[in-house]
Write a protein that binds this ligand. Structure first.
Ligand SMILES: Nc1ncnc2c1ncn2[C@@H]1O[C@H](COP(=O)(O)OP(=O)(O)OP(=O)(O)O)[C@@H](O)[C@H]1O
Ligand SMILES: [Mg+2]
Length: 407
């Protein structure tokens, strides 16, 4: 990455659109601008109103550009939604050179070979993430470049998405005057901003609880072994509170943010608070026990859904050591305790921390995806250890694909 190079990320969420601009400096990448605008044209990763989404992208990007004092033309775009699916696959090739030394072209060929999967016409591959390589039967190789052997194998995590859903997101980006530099499945971006490499090695679950979706990425031995999206996020809690306490959406959101799921510790005393009635003219007394009866079952259901989604797809003997919760939903008071109960693992809240230039206001879980886009984005389809070696090719390929969408 050249010194002074500008990299931008765009997270178009269900509740907010966020643009982040970073510049590469002497000490690596540094955040120089961030901008946010409410999202009203996007639901659970799907565009529901094109004009509104374009407006949100323009507003968020303009704010970030003003703060950074630079103009951006290309952005890494986050994608999510129920249309996203993932699978693990394997590719095998013969090492090409006479000296049997693995070169970058072999690595690219083997990753491409792993992309040969049954793919419906309306679906496309978003990522093929190498998990580990095997050379002549020796497995667990993290970087095969320069090693000797005749048979190169790779285990990859393949993420696919609905072409139409993705095309609509990219159409909004394009209409806002920006070119997509690449697309990234959102929990991978969130992971890049919040997880330490030790956590990815020992095995951990990343849960990004947004407004509309909960995005999942599971890591082991440094690579992604499972990823998914479940269509439930923090907004459903506010809906439940509004219905249960017969109040407005705004008041329910306020109650959720202030009191969370009611009592969060057994030694806490019961609280009583006042909630506006639907017409806003008077208030009603509510106890924390009443709030807990509404919120807790839904939070438990969310975590059970996430857990069964993960358990179904992992080998029985897979060891995981931790759950990291990020996204705006991570702010819910008491969420760590509830998650720890369901997963039976230690839980921590993940905030963007793996990049310089972050002010305290950006070190919040809701910015994990946007910040992570500038970190993960430039890696494209390649695994971290291929960074910079195959980037040009991956970019060129993405570029051809993007242009073919609009033509
Ligand atoms: N203090 C808080 N307590 C509880 N929930 C909160 C708090 N602050 C924000 N949230 C919730 O976080 C959610 C928004 O999170 P985030 O900004 O990560 O979502 P998003 O990226 O726009 O949505 P998505 O990722 O689903 O597309 C909302 O449901 C909001 O109510
Ligand atoms: Mg989000």
């Amino acid at each position: 990455m050249a010194r002074g190079e500008i990299i931008a990320g765009l997270d178009i969420g269900t509740t907010k659109t966020c643009a982040v601009i970073a510049a590469s400096g002497p000490d690596g990448l540094e955040i120089i601008g961030i901008g946010e605008a409410p999202s009203t044209g996007m639901r659970k990763g799907v565009v529901t109103d094109l004009e509104e989404t374009v407006r949100a992208i323009e507003a968020a990007t303009e704010k970030a550009e003003r703060m950074a004092g630079v103009h951006v033309s290309h952005v890494y775009v986050g994608v999510t939604g129920e249309h996203i699916q993932s699978t693990n696959n394997r590719g095998v090739v013969a090492v090409s050179g006479d000296d049997r030394e693995v070169i970058a072209a072999d690595v690219k060929r083997v990753v491409d070979a792993s992309k040969i999967i049954n793919l419906a016409a309306d679906r496309q591959i978003i990522h093929a993430l190498p998990r580990h390589y095997t050379i002549d039967g020796q497995d667990g190789v993290t970087d095969p470049l320069g090693m000797s052997g005749s048979r190169l194998e790779v285990d990859t995590h393949i993420i696919t998405g609905g072409a139409t859903f993705i095309a609509n997101v990219l159409k909004c980006v394009h209409r806002a005057g920006l070119e997509p530099a690449g697309i990234v499945f959102e929990p991978l971006a969130s992971s890049a901003a919040t997880l330490l490499s030790e956590e990815k090695h020992v095995g951990c679950v990343l849960l990004d609880i947004g407004g509309g979706t909960t995005d999942i990425a599971v890591f082991a031995n440094g690579g992604v072994i499972h990823s998914a999206t479940i269509p439930v996020g923090g907004n459903i809690l506010s809906n439940d509170i509004a219905l249960g306490l017969k109040t407005t959406a705004a008041e329910a959101e306020n109650v959720k943010r202030t009191y969370g799921s009611g009592l969060t510790r057994p030694d806490e005393a019961e609280q009583t608070f006042h909630v506006k009635t639907l017409d806003g003219r008077s208030t009603r007394e509510v106890t924390s026990a009443q709030l807990r009866a509404i919120v807790l079952p839904r939070v438990l259901e969310m975590f059970r859904l996430a857990k069964s989604n993960i358990v179904e797809r992992l080998p029985r003997d897979q060891v995981l050591s931790e759950v990291v919760i990020t996204g705006g939903g991570a702010h819910l008071r008491g969420i760590e305790t509830t998650a720890a109960e369901i997963f039976g693992l230690p839980v921590r809240i993940g905030v963007p921390a793996t990049i310089a230039g972050l002010t305290d206001s950006v070190k919040q879980p809701e910015y994990a995806t946007a910040v992570g886009l500038v970190l993960f984005g430039p890696r494209g389809e390649a695994a971290p250890h291929l960074n910079g070696r195959t980037g040009g090719t991956a970019f060129a390929k993405l570029w051809t694909w993007f242009t073919s969408i609009w033509n």
